[in-house]
Design a protein around this ligand. Structure first.
Ligand SMILES: *Cc1c(COP(=O)(O)O)cnc(C)c1O
Length: 330
């Protein structure tokens, strides 16, 4: 199917063990009642950098450090940059992070606080990626892409192994979808272990590059727009090597959400699950609440929602929850 093997994923798991958490899979009674099926949340929010991105970044950086690399650079909408900064610090190597001006300031500050150099450039993920490539060409950095790299995909795929171990009869896995590193990794590992499992990708209606690319049959550019799911923004790269073809082969369905639905996901997570989630992490919950995960009047097997990250600006979070409460009492 690709240059990725299940053995690579198990090797990634051994490599990141002790540096990245094996995350809990917790039942959600409230969402199970809505779905008429057992629903579980895979809580990547508890990772040291607040998102799953630490898995792929750590796998890639351990390999680079073993090869003698001392300086790494990446382009990122925030969580990957943060993960690279954290992993580089832990390994004692230097990190530079290139980000577009659309990236929220809390994420930029988090990268700086971890000791990395923050390069703010351009208005899109593609601009930031070009700056990272320049540092590679002109200043000898090693590039760590946010999704389109086999070591990154194998790192994210370790989530799929953990789900298969914790819940062998899982029927559906619901994955927030952007560049597709997370989706491709989890889908690859899960389907290698349990071929019948259904894989659903969820993303926002506006500016979803992977969805547009799947529809076009090749990687295409989309205009970037602001969304509550800002970690799902950014292109997939016109020269995409791995995640586009893997996602195309492994995806069973794509769900597209509008902004009010994503807000409802954030509010449900807070009020009913006691979780502070960023928009990108709430799209699985949002899709379920919107009745978009395939209606079924009869009981179904377990559904796992990947809850990808907690890194939301807290002022924005308070505003979203506050507006929902006002709406409820108006
Ligand atoms: C990066 C990210 C995603 C999407 O991952 P991709 O590999 O780019 O598809 C989802 N949620 C959060 C919180 C992220 O940081």
């Amino acid at each position: 199917m690709s240059d990725l093997s299940l053995a690579d994923v198990y090797r990634a798991r051994r490599r990141i063990e002790g540096r990245v958490l094996r995350t809990p899979l917790v039942a959600s009674p409230a969402l199970s009642a809505v779905a008429n099926a057992p629903v579980y949340l895979k809580l990547e929010t508890v990772q040291p950098t607040g998102s799953f991105k630490l898995r792929g970044a750590t796998n890639a950086l351990v390999r680079l450090a073993e090869a003698g690399c001392t300086r790494v650079v990446t382009a990122s909408t925030g969580n990957h940059g943060r993960a690279v900064a954290h992993a580089a610090h832990a390994l004692g190597i230097e990190a530079a992070v290139c980000m577009s001006s659309l990236v929220p300031s809390n994420k930029v500050e988090a990268v700086r606080a971890l000791g990395a150099h923050a390069h703010i450039i351009g208005k899109s993920q593609d601009d930031a990626q070009r700056e990272a490539q320049r540092l590679v060409r002109e200043e000898g950095y090693a590039y760590v892409p946010p999704f389109d790299h086999l070591d990154v995909i194998a790192g994210q795929a370790t989530i799929g192994i953990e789900i298969a171990e914790d819940l062998p009869d899982v029927e559906q896995i619901v994955v927030p979808l952007s560049g597709g590193g997370l989706f491709a990794g989890i889908a690859f590992a899960a389907k290698q272990i349990a071929p019948a499992v259904r894989l659903t990708g969820v993303t926002m209606e506006r500016g979803a590059a992977m969805h547009a690319s799947l529809a076009a049959g090749r990687p295409v550019l989309v205009d970037e727009v602001e969304t509550l799911a800002d970690s799902l923004g950014g292109g997939i790269g016109l020269d995409n090597q791995h995640t586009f073809s893997l996602t195309r082969q492994l995806i069973d369905e794509v769900v597209l959400l509008d902004e009010p639905s994503i807000a409802r996901g954030i509010v449900h997570a807070y009020e009913d699950e006691h979780l502070v989630l960023e928009g990108a992490a709430a799209v699985g919950i949002a899709a379920l609440l919107a009745g978009r995960l395939g209606d079924s009047p009869v009981a179904r097997g377990p559904i796992v929602l990947i809850v990808t990250g907690a890194n939301i600006d807290m002022n924005q979070h308070r505003r979203i929850v506050g507006e929902a409460l006002q709406g409820a009492t108006a």
